[in-house]
Design a protein around this ligand. Sequence first.
Ligand code: ZN
Ligand code: ZN
Length: 300
Amino acid sequence: MKEKGAPEQISSETAIKPGQDEMKCSICWKYLYRCMTLSPCMHNFCSFCLSKYLDGNYWRLICPACRGEIQSCSKNLLLNQLISSQKNSTPELQISEEEKEIRDERDMLLKGAKLKKYNNRSVYFGFFKDGKREGKGKLMDSWRSEYEGEFKNDKFEGQGDYNYSSGNRYSGEWKNGRKNAFGEFTFVNGERYKGEWRNDFAHGSGEYLYVDGGKYKGEFKEGQIEGQGEQSYANGDEYKGGFKHNRKEGFGEYTFANGRKEVGEWKDNVFYGNMAVNCGKSDNEKKQREALWSTDIRLL
Ligand SMILES: [Zn+2]
Ligand SMILES: [Zn+2]
């Protein structure tokens, strides 16, 4: 007896009779509809069934029937023809016209999506234009980081989600392979940046949420807090004013949770008030204040 799910290889000489396993898809177990054949194992599937399978498993590059490696998949026009010319005797194995329509609508392979493995061992399933990735697709690299979204000219461009193997993730806009325009980056520990990007850096206006509940809202420059912004701390303190390299700089107002305020000039996270910067503070006091107001962030 032939094992279910592992039909034998078909050749043009094979006699096909209705009801034979060769005519059935080993994913949906109905008569093959728009038959696709995997190489080198030669297993057959409906185009829609294979498309759905690849959408979730493309990076494995293994046949769903025999677990053998997929090197290519192609339309099997001959088998298609043979099946449609048969009077398929088992009605429950037939696919209704209505279902065919639904399948065609969702079938990525039918619409031209392709599976490709690159030399750097990344795997892509999606659309191409002139041999380059273009349109929607998914790309998984050998580290299991995955991008799902739009491509243009072989690069990430448009809307896309990137799930890093580290657990970090980015969801937003891309241009020329880099995070650009607007997006949200979430670190595996829950820390989050939402805002504008330029060439992979937080740049423009945005919001950074710290894992302890603190929050910064304001301007960013090349991945750092720089410009005007407002910071609220987990302990209830708040600061509103200038920043540079993630530190308070320029004019700012610091309000302690108990209501006390310090208003004036800041430099390198140290409060000088209306005193001239760089005088009147001992090194020790500067250090203490720096520690108190440290606003380290890390952004890719
Ligand atoms: Zn099927
Ligand atoms: Zn196979």
